[in-house]
Write a protein that binds this ligand. Structure first.
Ligand code: SF4
Length: 231
């Protein structure tokens, strides 16, 4: 990682708000090259970002956290994205297999302690992977949840120690859906079956019309985030 002080100064000296999503991606690519990585859970936002980058002539380095309990539809989508864009998304694995986790912490840790399970299967792998990078791109946008309402477009991610780009931070969910439809971007079919937010099978359920879109994640727990975005 280059001089952190210099990066922080550069981030503080610019007004990132007027930048478009495409400009933010282009800046990140120019500034960090191969050390810019795209985090993907293959949500609508994530597939959109891959499409945006490719349309701008940038071959994104895409990675995903394979917890081992993603939906079959998600694994299938990864294949479609790889084919459509000619990419090989990098698969980041937890240190423990599901069997090892069960042996050490008991069966179905997600039922008793989802924070601990996310820590093992998502947060530690993400931290390990990001340690070798300089900037990451996420699909966060402000209208997703109250905890994301003040998210900046470009910032220094104190939790993981690298630059964080949120190119579509000012987009609405409607903007996202419109882009995906207009550009025929491959997406997870579960979105059409009542799943606005898709994570691991044991912690995701469909929501009813009008319900909070993230209400289908960790139902029955206070938890609303995996711990990947500093909450
Ligand atoms: S979302 Fe659920 S299954 Fe996936 S890592 Fe977190 S607690 Fe475990």
């Amino acid at each position: 990682m280059e001089n952190l002080l210099e990066i922080r100064r550069e981030l503080a000296s610019r007004d990132w708000e007027p930048m478009t999503a495409r400009e933010a991606i282009a800046w990140g690519h120019e500034r960090f090259g191969d050390r810019l990585v795209f985090a993907s859970s293959f949500s609508l936002e994530d597939v959109l970002l891959i499409d945006l980058a490719c349309a701008a002539g940038i071959r994104p380095r895409v990675f995903y956290l394979d917890t081992g309990v993603l939906f079959p539809q998600t694994y299938e989508l990864i294949g479609r994205i790889a084919e459509r864009y000619g990419l090989e998304p990098e698969r980041v694995l937890p240190l423990l297999t599901l069997e090892e986790q069960a042996a050490e912490y008991g069966e179905k840790l997600w039922v008793r302690s989802p924070d601990q399970c996310c820590g093992i299967r998502k947060v530690e792998p993400l931290r390990r992977y990001l340690a070798g990078q300089e900037a990451w791109v996420t699909g966060i946008h402000r209208d997703q949840s109250p905890t994301r309402a003040n998210a900046p477009r470009v910032t220094f991610d104190e939790a993981f120690g690298l630059v964080k780009l949120n190119p579509i931070v000012d987009w609405t969910m409607q903007d996202v859906r419109r882009y995906v439809a207009a550009n025929d971007v491959p997406y997870n079919p579960l979105h059409d079956q009542g799943y606005p937010s898709i994570g691991c099978v044991p912690c995701t359920r469909a929501v009813k019309p009008g319900e909070d879109p993230r209400g289908g994640r960790w139902a029955g727990f206070e938890k609303t985030e995996c711990g990947l975005h500093g909450h």
